[in-house]
Design a protein around this ligand. Structure first.
Ligand SMILES: [Zn+2]
Length: 219
């Protein structure tokens, strides 16, 4: 796998060399910056696994930490929205969700990234056979749509799902103008997906698919 990662890193360096990521004044290229957003956290667990009750928030964080390693080792500047199990809302009092989302928006605005990847797990109790990764983008965000489709292609086939990237009306997509995607890595309402998503091995596969899709988008 690391040979592949190195190859992608080399492609990335080539891209930086050809593209206008370096200013006329600075000789060093400006690193490509990605915000990695682990959805939920703290008193907001997200959805729960159908058999194990595993919290979506914990799975999201675990996948983001693997992603951080892949992107950092490939030369990206990486900003993590959250680094631990806690949420971003301050006190767990009324209005926590609004404060949490506002903080996420602030982090993105302050970072001014080239891309935002928000990691989530899906839930569809009316059809528990639904499984696989689904990636969302904001209508009108052409770069986000291309990134979403590139990531979607890599996620397809990992667990039986085969989808196109979808338009989504979500705060994390709408809150800034930076290219943004939400990667729903699998369905915690599906027993097979859940059994995969609780394993380190499958989390690595999902993270690598997201990383690979992002590199494909860049090239
Ligand atoms: Zn979620």
């Amino acid at each position: 796998m690391w040979v592949t990662v190195s190859l992608f890193a080399a492609v990335l360096v080539l891209c930086f060399g050809l593209a206008s990521y370096s200013s006329a004044k600075a000789s060093a290229p400006v690193p490509f910056t990605v915000v990695l957003d682990a959805g939920h956290g703290g008193i907001d667990p997200g959805v729960l696994g159908v058999n194990t009750g595993t919290k979506e928030s914990d799975i999201n964080l675990a996948i983001v930490k693997i992603l951080e390693k892949y992107f950092s080792e490939a030369g990206f500047r990486v900003v993590l929205m959250r680094k631990n199990e806690g949420g971003l809302y301050g006190l767990p009092a009324g209005g926590y969700k609004r404060r949490d989302m506002q903080k996420r928006k602030d982090v993105i605005e302050k970072t001014a990234p080239n891309a935002v990847i928000s990691v989530h797990q899906n839930n569809f109790v009316s059809d528990r056979s639904r499984r696989g990764g689904q990636v969302f983008f904001k209508p009108g965000d052409a770069e986000g749509a291309a990134l979403a489709q590139a990531v979607q292609q890599q996620l397809n086939g990992l667990s039986g799902g085969d989808y196109s990237a979808l338009r989504g009306d979500y705060f994390m997509l709408n809150c800034t103008h930076y290219p943004s995607v939400i990667a729903e890595c699998g369905f915690l309402s599906n027993a097979e997906d859940e059994a995969l998503l609780v394993t380190e091995e499958y989390r690595r596969k999902v993270a690598y698919a997201i990383f690979k899709g992002t590199l494909a988008w860049l090239s």
